[in-house]
Design a protein around this ligand. Structure first.
Ligand code: UGY
Ligand code: MN
Length: 248
């Protein structure tokens, strides 16, 4: 038996690696018959929230978005989502973006379904409309090569419209593929590994990462990744975008 004092999870000033072994359930009002793991939020120093919901029998999620928009992605399983009167059945790889001030529900959530959420307080941009509800499917989204490296593919799930202040992308690395440089940038990330494994460098520390792990990267947390193993490494990640970078 493995000693229970061991974990790959770390929580640091400008990054965190959260492996599922440390999950503790949170009760979220309106989300019933499920476990909710709040993986990233402002208590950590982040400007986003990331949760992972795992459905038990009879799971239902009901709520209203207020200051924060919410992006829901089906990691596994199926559910019926209703947002602002529009209803759609969602399965693995499908998603719904829910803007601010919308009523939503998820019903007929199959036992074992996993839903990933990204939440961000919406910053309105003068001259641009607040985005509408958007349902989508990863399978319908092209995956062009990233930075001229055909071992890397990126799928951009939300439209390139300045009304949006968040992006959600899926990054696929063939084995041996790696980020072509150490990224050093103002944008923040929340991320969930969907498949595979590799080594992430965060603020010059090195972490083995695999399917099911999550990462928080604060603004300017330096980052680099290389995929390892026998299957492509895939992660879905959040990024804040399209807003003026300073109040100075
Ligand atoms: O979009 C990004 O900044 C992305 N390339 N970062 C990352 O995968 N860590
Ligand atoms: Mn990045």
């Amino acid at each position: 038996m493995e000693i229970s004092a061991l974990t790959r999870s770390v929580v640091k000033r400008n990054h965190a690696v959260i492996a599922p072994d440390g999950y503790i359930n949170s009760n979220v009002p309106g989300w019933v018959n499920c476990t909710v793991n709040v993986i990233i939020n402002e208590q950590m120093g982040a400007n986003l929230c990331q949760t992972l919901i795992t459905a038990a029998k009879g799971c239902e999620l009901k709520g209203v978005t207020k200051a924060s928009q919410i992006f829901f992605y089906v990691v596994e399983g199926s559910a019926t989502a209703k947002v602002d009167g529009e209803t759609k059945a969602l399965t693995k790889g499908q998603f719904v973006y829910i803007p601010i001030d919308k009523e939503y529900s998820f019903t007929q959530v199959a036992e074992g379904t996993q839903l990933l959420t990204f939440h961000k307080v919406y910053e309105k941009l003068e001259g641009y409309d607040v985005p509408g509800t958007l349902f989508g499917d990863q399978a319908d989204i092209e995956g062009p090569i990233y930075m001229n490296d055909d071992a890397l593919r990126i799928q951009v799930l939300l439209p390139a419209d300045l009304g949006f202040d968040m992006a959600v992308n899926i990054f696929t690395y063939q084995t041996g593929g790696n980020l072509p440089m150490v990224e050093t940038h103002i944008m923040e990330h929340g991320l969930l590994y969907l498949q595979g494994q590799g080594i992430y460098m965060l603020d010059h520390e090195w972490y083995p990462i695999k399917k099911g792990d999550s990462i928080w990267m604060a603004p300017y947390c330096q980052q680099w990744f290389t995929a390892m193993g026998k299957e492509p490494a895939i992660y879905i990640y959040y990024k804040n975008v399209n807003r003026f970078p300073t109040v100075v």
